[in-house]
Design a binder for this molecule. Structure first.
Ligand code: CP3
Length: 342
C-alpha cells in the first residue's frame, strides 16, 4: 500500500500514473448513496460503521479512483464532544447554541478515542475491505469549524466570526486552540485505526487576508498538522477554497500536499508553495457539466500544469457538485489514468 500511486505522489516519488480521487466522491451524486441513505439522517449515517463502510466503498466500485475518503463530516467530532448540532439537508451544519463568548468555550473539551469508537471501527473495517487502496481520513480545520460554531450555521460573509477574531483576540485564540485539539484528536483516531493519509479541510480560510491568516489561524492549523508529524507519519493534505493568496502559508502550516482550488493553475501554485511539496487539484467541479470534449480539454490542462509540481494528485478544485453525472467522473478517471501513464 505504501507503494500505491496515491502515496507515492504525496511523497513526490515517481508514479505509474497520476493518481486521482474526488473530494465529496462519496455522496449525493450517486443513486446507490441516496438508496442507502433513505430514511437515515446524515449524522446517524456517519456514526453507523456498516453504512460508513458501504458509502465509502461506493465511489471506488464505480470510478476506480486511487484512494478512498472516509464517509463522515467535519462536525462529527464536535457532536462527539457534546456540541448540540445537526446537518440539515440542503443547508449544512446548524449549531443549537452558537459559541460567542469566553464562557461558551467550556463546552469544547478535547476529543478522546472513547468519544468515537464507531469511527475507529469504521476505519478498521475499511482498511480490511480496501485491501491496499489507501484510505484518506479528514478533519475540519480550526477556522472552518469556528465559523460554523460562531455563526451557528453556514455563512456567506463570516461576519460574526471576524467580529470575534478582531474584537476579542484572546477568546478567539482560546477557541481555535480547543478546536485544534479536537481536530487533532479526530485525526489521530483515524490514523491509529489505519488511515493512510489525512486531509485538513479549511474550506472557508480563503475569506482571510494572508496577514490575518498568519496571525489568527496558521498557529492553530500548525498545531494540528504538527501533532501528526513524527513516528508512523502519514502524508498530510491541507486544502481550502479561494486560497490563492494563502498557498504558501498552507504549506508553511505543515502540509506535505497542498490542495488547490480551480482559480490558480497548478504550475503557478507550485511556485507559491515551493519545492518539496506535492499539489492536489484542481479541475473546476462546474466544468463537469460541459460537453465531454470541453471536460477532456480542461482535464488535460490540469495534467499538463501539474507536471510543474513535486508530485501531483488529480482532484477537483472543490467537492463534487450534487447534480454531477457519475458517468462523467467515471470517464474522467479513465482519462487521467490513460493520459498520464508512464
Ligand atoms: O468527501 C467525501 O466524499 C467524504 C465525505 C464528506 C462529507 N463532508 C459528507 C457530507 C466530507 C469530506 C465532508 C467535509 C465537509 N463537511 C466540509 C469540508 C469540505 C468542503 O466541501 O469544503 C464542510 C464545509 C462540511 C460541512 C457540510 N456538511 C456541508 C457544507 C454540507 C452540505 C450541505 C448540503 O446538503 O448542501 C454537509 C452535509 C454533507 N456532508 C453531505 C455529505 C455527503 C450531504 C448530506 C446529504 O446527503 O444530505
Amino acid at each position: 500500500m505504501t507503494d500505491s500511486a496515491f502515496l507515492r505522489a504525496c511523497r513526490g516519488e515517481p508514479v505509474p500514473h497520476t493518481p486521482v480521487w474526488f473530494m465529496r466522491q462519496a455522496g449525493r451524486s450517486l443513486p446507490e448513496y441516496r438508496a442507502v441513505r433513505a430514511n437515515v439522517p446524515m449524522l446517524a449515517s456517519c456514526r453507523t460503521p456498516e453504512l460508513v463502510v458501504e458509502i465509502t466503498l461506493q465511489p471506488l466500485r464505480r470510478y476506480g479512483v486511487d484512494a478512498a475518503v472516509l464517509f463522515s463530516d467535519i462536525v462529527v467530532p464536535l457532536q462527539a464532544v457534546g456540541v448540540g448540532l445537526d446537518i440539515v439537508a440542503g443547508v449544512g451544519p446548524v449549531i443549537e447554541e452558537p459559541v460567542r463568548r469566553a464562557a461558551d468555550l467550556a463546552r469544547l473539551r478535547p476529543l478522546t478515542p472513547d468519544d468515537v469508537p464507531d469511527v475507529s471501527a469504521s476505519v478498521t473495517a475499511l482498511v480490511d475491505e480496501l485491501g491496499g487502496t489507501p484510505l484518506i481520513g479528514f478533519a475540519g480545520a480550526p477556522f472552518t469549524l469556528a465559523s460554523y460554531l460562531v455563526e451557528g450555521g453556514p455563512s456567506r460573509n463570516h461576519e460574526r466570526t471576524k467580529a470575534l477574531m478582531y474584537g476579542e483576540p484572546a477568546t478567539w485564540h482560546a477557541l481555535l486552540d480547543r478546536l485544534a485539539d479536537i481536530a487533532l484528536g479526530f485525526l489521530q483516531v483515524q490514523v491509529a485505526a489505519g488511515a493512510a493519509a489525512v486531509q485538513l479541510f479549511d474550506s472557508w480560510a480563503g475569506v482571510l487576508s494572508a496577514a490575518d491568516y498568519r496571525r489568527y489561524v496558521l498557529p492553530h492549523s500548525a498545531k494540528v498538522l504538527g501533532g501528526l508529524a513524527g513516528g508512523g507519519v502519514v502524508p498530510r493534505i491541507h486544502f481550502g477554497v479561494g486560497t490563492g493568496e494563502l498557498l504558501g502559508l498552507l504549506a508553511e502550516a505543515g502540509a506535505d500536499v497542498v490542495g488547490v482550488d480551480w482559480r490558480v493553475p497548478l504550475d503557478a501554485a507550485a511556485g507559491r508553495v515551493g519545492p518539496g511539496r506535492a499539489l492536489q487539484g484542481n479541475l473546476d467541479p462546474a466544468v463537469l457539466f460541459a460537453p465531454w470534449g470541453a471536460v477532456a480539454a480542461k482535464a488535460r490542462e490540469v495534467l499538463a500544469a501539474g507536471k510543474a509540481a513535486d508530485g501531483h494528485i488529480f482532484n477537483l478544485g472543490h467537492g463534487v457538485l450534487p447534480d454531477t453525472d457519475p458517468r462523467v467522473l467515471e470517464r474522467l478517471v479513465e482519462l487521467v489514468h490513460a493520459e498520464s501513464a508512464r
